[in-house]
Design a protein around this ligand. Sequence first.
Ligand code: ATP
Length: 297
Amino acid sequence: MIQLYIPLNFLGVIYREIKQSLTDLDKMFVLMEKEREVRDAPGAQPLAGADSTVRFEDVSFAYEPDRPILKHVSFEIPAGKTVAVVGPSGSGKSTLARLLYRFYDVQQGRITIGGEDIRAVQQASVRRAIGIVPQDTVLFNDTVEYNIAYGRPGATREEVEGAARAARIHDFIAATPKGYETTVGERGLKLSGGEKQRVAIARTLLKNPPIVIFDEATSALDSANERAIQSELRSAAQGKTTLVIAHRLSTVVEAHEILVLESGVIVERGTHADLLAQQGRYAQMWALQKSEAVPML
Ligand code: ATP
């Protein structure tokens, strides 16, 4: 019984992580392997967290030997600022987010939060400091309240409602017959992509972490919905140290810095105005998206 319990418990932990993560369920087994590698160093202390500045210092990373995904990536997100990453599919954008959340350890260089190497501190404390709004939020077959409160277990109904209001999902929930008791997920009420994202935003608002990662949906929401979500995302990012994996220009325009990633290398960087002036890859993407009114990547 004990033998059975341990793996099941282990699976439960992994499952929770995946639910909140940027990964797909089919990567579960890869993650399980990795999870064993990403262990706290003996005597690791929690992240001090006095400062939420994020730094990637000469980071290189490969999931499989001989197939480098990130190559010598360096950037800083000053506390409270936003850095946006753009680039073609497969260029390594989500990998940056997975490394910051410490699903994997970097093979070269280091990632720091407030100057502390995230490999040297308790993994759980790193994850407490970070909120993720993933591309596709997976909901539990449980109540809306449970799904939102997952951001901060033990939150009161008032707190859940407050977060739902700020994420502009409260009216939708209140209009269902059972309100916050409505079961959602595969076996309950199905939510649209935009509604699910709002639940994820509400979770993040409730968690109120100093660092936020937004992995923007690639799938097209209709443009009115898209604009509305952008404004909720912006308010969730207010004052937070934010990494945005961006597919739409509207998100990146105000970023402190935009990184253009290609095959794991930062090929251009700067503000929106800097990059337009450079007339390089970013300027091309901008022109293309404006003319075609399609997602950038
Ligand atoms: P998209 O814009 O399509 O989301 P991305 O720029 O975020 O793409 P990543 O998800 O970071 O790209 O993936 C970068 C590369 O790493 C891809 O070639 C992908 O196939 C590979 N990759 C991602 N996850 C794994 C994994 N668990 N094991 C092996 N390779 C992986």
